[in-house]
Design a protein around this ligand. Sequence first.
Ligand code: C2E
Ligand code: MG
Ligand code: MG
Length: 760
Amino acid sequence: MKIQRLLIFIYVFLLMTLALCFVMLSKRPDFMAYAADGTLGEAKTEAGSETESGSNANKSNGKEVLTVGVPMDRCPLFYIDVDSNEIVGIGADLMRYVGEEAGYEVVLRQIEEGNLKDALDNSTYDVILPFGSAITSTSGHNSVVTENLFQTPFTLVTLKQDEVPPLDSLKVGMLKSLGGGADTVRQLYPGIEITMYDTMADCVKALRDDKVDALLHNSYVWSYVLQKPSYSDLEVQPEAMFSMDFRAGVRDTVNGREVVERLNAGISKLTDTRRQAVILDYTSRDLYRYDLSDFLYRYGISILLVFLLFIALIIIAIQRVRAVRRENERKLQQMINQDHLTGALSMTGFRKKAAQLIHDNPDTPYLLAFVNIKNFKFINDSLGRRAGDDLLRFWVAETMKTLSDREAMGRVGADHFVVLRISGGEDRLRRDDEEVIGSVRNYFLDRGKENLVLVSGGLYVLTSEDYRHVDVDHMLDLASMAERKIRDKQGDGYEFYNPDQWDKGKHVADVISQLPKALKEGEIQVWYQPQVDYATGEITGGEALCRWKHGKIGWIPPGSFIPILEDAGMIYDLDHYVWETACKDLKRWIDMGIHRSVSVNVSRCDIREDRDLPELFSEMVKRYDVPPELFHIEITETAYADNSEMLIRTTERLRELGFQVEMDDFGSGYSSLHMLKEVPVDRIKLDLRFLTDTGDQEKGRIIIGYMIRMVDSLGMKIITEGVETREQADFLRSQGSTEMQGYFFYKPMPVIEFEDLGSK
Ligand code: C2E
Ligand code: MG
Ligand code: MG
């Protein structure tokens, strides 16, 4: 929209500039009457048509009309006077005088033909001007010419500093309309090579392009043409001048000779004084009229500079307006977003900032504190409002000192504040209490008054749901609810709305911070749970399950740290370690002659667009030189439901590379049957616990029976996990499924024990 306005502005400016040029030029009354090369412009047609009515043999005022054809490309010999719209000029005036002396009413008419030779064949002209000597018309008719009206000097024009070659080897450019003159020149200087051009502009171009050495025209015309600003690189060669006659001519007929004779009589009355007077009159007139191109040539750079300056001014003005507007908006926003008294954010500002921070930092553990001065009313009443205001300002200033740019503080109203803080564990809470709350608590005591400030706070620890759906007001409600619990109690202090979440947060922080060390120092171990063929009693494989032997706490089950690592985006580090270990172990079993497969778990978070898991596994089995079909990859059923398209692609690729892909925890999701249809896995890992732990056991068994048959009919293998009793194992065998894993057979065990099992 703004750019559009700017364009309109520029457009208007351009129009104004053009209009200005036009006005300046049009102030010259005869603007456009002549073109720069001495030809007539628009007015010539008018003049031509006006004078066309005059034809030979007509009589006017009793006098015989003599129609004289003249070329119009040679001001000041012939041109149209814009005031009278008549053809005037040196040639025109002398001819009029001669004609009248010869008893004619002279009517000058522009010759339409391209040159005098063609014009000679046009019988509508009684005579034609100007001839140097008699020539032959295009159709081959001879001509007769009058005596010389006056001598026209012909001059060569070259580019400045160009040397003129000798006349006998000169290449000269001339106007086509000077065809007759060209013949004369050829007769005078046989060595000259003449090229004819339609216009003076073409002549000049040829000269500049070095196609000709010089241009030839009569000096009077040059005196006019060379006034054109863009021809300033041309120069007259005075030493190369010669003269040509200026005669009237007509086809050689009886009539023609008669006209010539009469005109000769007129010419004999033309005195030299008169000739000189006419020539002086026209050569001293300021005839050259600037056209638009001359104007642009002369003032183009200035116009461009003014234009650019103008644009620059516009741009500066626009930028300035924008800057002012931005500044105003900023001030307005500040007024809306900031609390004037304390400098903390207003509630509107806090809401915005807190939501943005939570959204931008999904991995940062935050807590929201709602803080209140319990005895603020008493302070106001006893020490005055000003003291109360000072306290509030002090509080905000002290808190702000401790906040990073990923934290925020807002004033809810009166003495209620809200702070979004990165939860830094108990240490930070203690520090805040000492440094900020402590100094607020003692604010008046430190200033020699006896009032202790009592502060109560409610803390809400953000849950993962709060990061998914950010609702600052809701969190604030919960924090203020916690604050209310201690508001009515004695003294001050703070309370958590969700202490469990706080504990969990501490645990999460511990897990996240300790994993790298645990991986490095071997605290993470890979255990194996054997998989058994119940029909033969043979151990066919083992599932790799990680165990964390924490230095202080002891064994931690995967269920209590894997979801945390998944949330924190760190599961891949752990899994990569487990896969690598499993692959290494598999290689050792092969070398030991133990033929078993290994199953590894792949978290849904491991599978990402930017990570080529199939390639990674493929490279790994190659590196350890183990057959990929012994490497089973378990992907949980619910992961397929979350991101089926990418998982299906990954599964297909893994199978192409020779890996066995298994759908883990089958029966745990809501769309297990749908998954069976959509996902191309090798083996289904049915989790017995999902189907037998609750509800009608008999129905559970019926479902399992049908599932086993269905999976079999679909051409997939099946293994059942979570088998805890002989009864379950027997039932599964009776249904045709003998691959099993569960406590009934073995619990997960360290790798050494697993290997020992094989050698027993
Ligand atoms: P999962 O892949 O379904 O592994 C089977 C889990 O069931 C194991 O628990 C195993 O100890 C337990 N289990 C096996 N037989 C029985 C039985 O008869 N009764 C009962 N009640 N439980 C049985 P664990 O080792 O605690 O692992 C829990 C889950 O943690 C695993 O479920 C798997 O999803 C995940 N997990 C374990 N290790 C890894 C790992 O290295 N990477 C990833 N991404 N996930 C892992
Ligand atoms: Mg598993
Ligand atoms: Mg499982």
